[in-house]
Write a protein that binds this ligand. Sequence first.
Ligand SMILES: NC(=O)c1ccc[n+]([C@@H]2O[C@H](COP(=O)([O-])OP(=O)(O)OC[C@H]3O[C@@H](n4cnc5c(N)ncnc54)[C@H](OP(=O)(O)O)[C@@H]3O)[C@@H](O)[C@H]2O)c1
Length: 160
Amino acid sequence: MKIGIIGSGNMGRSLGMLWAEQGHEVFFGSRDAAKGKSVAEFVGLGTQGGTNDEAAAFAEIILWTARGIMPSELLSNPEVLNGKIVIDCNNQEIPEDFAYPPIVESLAEKLARNIPNARVVKAFNTMAQEVFELAPEPLKNYQVSVFVAGNDEAARKAVS
Ligand SMILES: NC(=O)c1ccc[n+]([C@@H]2O[C@H](COP(=O)([O-])OP(=O)(O)OC[C@H]3O[C@@H](n4cnc5c(N)ncnc54)[C@H](OP(=O)(O)O)[C@@H]3O)[C@@H](O)[C@H]2O)c1
């Protein structure tokens, strides 16, 4: 699959590298095209890098790692995501005055509202990036699971 990474930080780099190792075509996007390119150079494996706009246009599946930043704010043409699968791996920042009930709309719901014609799936948010980088065998042995949530069954299957 063609996978675009929006925001080449810890999660973007780690998951992008793992997906490239599995044979997927990965494009690392960033606010700074030079950073996206340098991440791709670091990862190798035929990956590409550049702007977030380029990553979104390139991909069938997009990993959205810019916490709380919406496509309408970050992409010059958010409609490029129409029909595409967008994975939201983000967790809310916990406010200093944290108290129940703290969250009325999840980040994935907010993202889905911002890009109503995209297929938003929540995944990869419940474990630390370092865990993804462990070898698959111990993860399987400990039955480590990734939770995948979304309304679109085909999109959930693709993410799984
Ligand atoms: N790290 C983990 O272990 C982990 C685990 C589960 C879930 N998560 C969640 O995954 C998300 C990403 O975490 P992370 O650890 O990868 O964070 P990170 O290293 O800070 O990467 C996030 C990337 O988002 C982009 N970004 C940051 N601020 C932005 C802004 N104002 N506008 C546009 N882009 C912006 C930056 O990419 P560019 O500089 O390339 O533009 C940044 O590198 C967070 O929501 C976090 O809660 C993290």
